[in-house]
Ligand binder design. Structure first.
Ligand code: OGA
Ligand code: NI
Length: 357
């Protein structure tokens, strides 16, 4: 069985046409490699999502006056402790930059297969590459999704010519704007942890950035598979741009809650490494994306982490860990964290346990 499965995954990978290629070929029954276990499917069919709202935080006026800033910092602290997920509005990135980014990602994925195949690659060291799933060969069920990854994890230098023509200008603009927003959010998070505003930036938590430009084709059998399996992110934070389709869900109080799209908003979530350095004060929430049969969904995740080759050690921040709450994790290199993470993700386990003291 396993041998056949590996062969099927390889055959699919060799087409270099991704999930979009299957849909374009008129596939009505999804191939076995995408199908989840019967237990998992049954569990989802029997459990309802709860109609709770993921917090929405208005970032306008962070620089205006101290009272306004303290209120925002407080909202971020509560959302990061209780949810690990929040949506931000009035974040300063123009709506036109967000929609151009979406349009560019759509144009990239919807161009003829021969053109985008040039970027299809399993080589993690490549700065720009098209994949179906990063952990294609490891995971138990392949996700109904294609992704264009842009890695600034080894260097922050990116020449425009390295980007696909279909989304070049919009991507350059979005990377600039979302990186600035990341800096603002790291300042607010530092304050929410009771630290100086530049604490997390000085720790180089936002130096390495990775972008996943996801395209989730409409799926003929959406309950059998997922757009993205449940996982937490191996980042300090992630900022996500999603279209109006919906499908993103987060675990809250052991139940799935929909992260409803709001026009012009961005989703921010705490990743595993911020949970670790905050010594469990902030939560890295488990999330996933459901497949849908109506229309393709587009999202862009910006992952903030340290440079992958950084020799800095990360562990619970001294000012946070105290006698009442001693460090729960040991120190580690970001590269060590990431290599452990992909194994855990494929096995559906948390990447945190490995570093617990
Ligand atoms: C991710 C992720 C969610 C989405 O890329 O890690 O969780 O909505 N993406 O695409
Ligand atoms: Ni994620």
């Amino acid at each position: 069985m396993d041998y056949d499965r590996a062969k099927e995954v390889k055959a699919f990978d060799d087409t270099k046409a991704g999930v979009k290629g299957l849909v374009d070929a008129g596939t009505m029954n999804i191939p076995g490699i995408f199908i989840r276990s019967p237990e998992e499917i049954a569990q989802d069919l029997s459990c309802l999502t709860i109609p709770l709202q993921v917090p929405v935080i208005d970032l306008s006026g962070t620089e205006k006056d101290d009272r306004r800033r303290r209120k925002i910092v407080d909202e971020i602290r509560i959302a990061s402790e209780k949810w690990g997920f929040f949506r931000v509005v009035n974040h300063g990135i123009p709506l036109s930059v967000l929609s151009e980014m979406m349009n560019g990602v759509r144009a990239f994925h919807e161009q003829p297969s021969e053109v985008k195949q040039e970027f299809y690659s399993g080589d993690r060291m490549k700065k720009v590459r098209l994949v179906t799933n990063s952990e294609l060969y490891l995971s138990r069920s392949v996700n109904w999704r294609d992704t264009m990854n842009i890695s600034l994890l080894f260097s922050d230098h990116l020449h425009p010519d390295e980007l696909p023509l279909a989304c070049r200008d919009s991507t350059i603009e979005y990377i600039k704007d979302v990186s600035e927003l990341g800096d603002t959010i790291f300042e607010l998070l530092s304050e929410a942890l009771g630290l100086k505003p530049n604490h997390l930036r000085d720790m180089e938590c936002s130096k390495g950035r990775g972008f996943s430009c996801h395209y989730y084709p409409a799926c003929p059998e959406p309950d059998l598979t997922l757009g993205t399996n449940k996982h937490s992110d191996p980042t300090f934070i992630t900022i996500l741009l999603q279209d109006q389709t919906g499908g993103l869900q987060v675990v809250h109080d052991n139940r799935w809650v929909d992260v409803q799209p709001i026009v012009g908003s961005l989703v921010v979530n705490i990743g595993d490494t911020l949970q670790i350095i905050s010594n469990n004060k902030f939560k890295s929430a488990v999330h996933r994306v459901r497949a849908n049969s109506d229309r393709p969904r587009i999202s862009v995740a910006c992952f903030f982490t340290a440079f992958a080759a950084s020799s800095k050690l990360y562990g619970p921040i001294e000012e946070i860990a105290s006698e009442e709450s001693p460090p729960v994790y040991r120190e580690f290199l970001v590269s060590e964290y990431i290599s452990n993470y992909y194994n855990c993700r494929a096995l559906n386990t948390s990447g945190l346990d490995h570093f617990k003291l």
